[in-house]
Design a protein around this ligand. Sequence first.
Ligand code: WTA
Length: 621
Amino acid sequence: MSTSTMLSVENHDYWTSVANTFVWKKKWTTLQSGNFDEVNVEWFKGAKLNITENCLDRHLEKRRHKKALIFEPNNPSEAAQFFTYGELHISVCRFANLLKKKGVQKGDVVCFYMGMTPELMIGILACARIGAIHTVVFGGFSPQSLKGRLIDSNAKIIITHDGAFRGDKVTPLKSMVDEAITDLAKIETVLVVKRTLNEVTMKEGRDYFYDVLIKDCELYCPIVEVDAEDPLFILYTSGSTGNPKGLVHTTAGYMVHVANSFKDVFQTKETDIFWCTADIGWITGHSYLTYGPLLNGATTVMYEGIPTHPTPARFWETIEKHKISHLYTAPTAIRALESYGSDIPGRFSLKSLKVLGSVGEPINEEAWQWYHKYVGKERCPIVDTWWQTETGGILISPIAGITKTIPSYATLPLKGVEPVLVNEKGIEQTEMVSEGHLCIKTPWPGLARTIYGDHERYKQTYFSTYKGLYFTGDGAKRESNGYYRITGRVDDVINVSGHRIGTAEVEDAINAHDLIIESAVVGYPHPIKGQGIYAFVICMDHSHTQEEIEKQIKDSVQKIIGPIAKPDLIQVVAGLPKTRSGKIMRRILRKIVENDIANIGDTSTLLNPECVEKIIKDKKI
Ligand code: WTA
């Protein structure tokens, strides 16, 4: 007997009416099929479409001269760039024609390893136009990480920049690509977009400059019709165990969910200017910088740099300059900017702002209040949006200006979304006021359908913990008014500055160093980043200073994963608390770094209880 819950008639009707607002080449025969038991969810089966027709072509009649994209460069003295819907359409068509010339066909995977410039957005849309699958790798990942993703995704073409600007630094992306693909013969083409003009080495017959090739590309490229369930993109994200997972989002469901949630949550009007500060290397940059706004014919802002460059006034300056109405950013950025003083946003006119958004990690009450008071001037609603790479789009969030907000509450599920809380045994908590692991009961269109090349792992990760439910990996509380408060991850994933990092991945990178015998990594509360990375390590010998060990470990993690995963604190220990079967008790380490020593619990059953006291005595915070 199936334990999965079917879509209700109400939700069926709801998603039908939402889907009817898009342009389809052929309508679906089945709105939704499959379930969480068999893990075979599909939406809009039988339909044919192209997402770029919905993002671009259908707006041309009314919005050809409306701004689609505003690009704000890293350096404020460089002029901003503007693309109308008409211009963006042409740019996407030309890029699509270029991809075709390079042999890219429907179903091929194209990898992007780029800084944040318009060519990145144009490039992924160009893939979608011809039915190719994009996979964007965040430029903060190391060549080794990039290589792993290239192998896993079977990409044959990679698009990069000569270098990327980030604050006062240049990341030499092309030479990082060279390093990643030295022994990857299957990469046939490297396309290099010029940006920083740093010197690059070009390999004859493999590497090409984009600006040279694009000149000869036609201004129009017809759409390729794809099936509703054809993959649109693969995006890698970290989990509790193993290598990063390539989540696969399919075309129609993702489109419908992302467009609809954008419209619902942010309540944009035709003249609004929407700024999502995320990098396109993350899901937020896919869903609410690119697809969500464009599907709604909105104006989207793309920023190349970092919040504090050249000064911590950059965000507020940019809001004033482009008359931004919606700012969607992460709590870590809010806390970082708050730390420079509340007077800074006050020096700029932020009167264009209407709605503020938060995403990526729990927003603490203090940051919420600061955002509300100093940025929103107590008149802009804050939408604390909860969702994940896997969910495609927002699932729990206030509706701007409609839902009454309470600091640090993501509030209510969007229409058509059915969250449940379960206890550790998997029993659904039916009392309104309850706490537990957050699961989703019925399919929604934006759900990632699989892990690329490993459906078994997908089943295992999300659908095996609680039968018939999608398990999010987050904990949550529900109040008497039905409001949800997300309390954070309940698995071995940590959230550093809104970036998901798997503790096992960091441990593997540390253990790869000859100096290290064993390590355990946990998250600890960090005033700006939300969580910091705390590594406990056992060294091979005792001849090295703390500084040497720290440098070696950080270098190793940077090389294997990238700078974002470098531990903040490293403690050399003689032993790690283990169960009698040899499993590291991370729970105890977590309590130690959270300074919750009273709740460590009984350590007498450990294999080596004596190490706990020593760890507490030497801890770094
Ligand atoms: C966390 C980012 C609290 C959560 C869109 C989730 C949040 C993970 C919120 C997904 C929020 C995201 N409040 N926590 N509003 N939004 N999270 O895949 O732990 O990068 O599981 O997607 O971020 O991170 P991901």
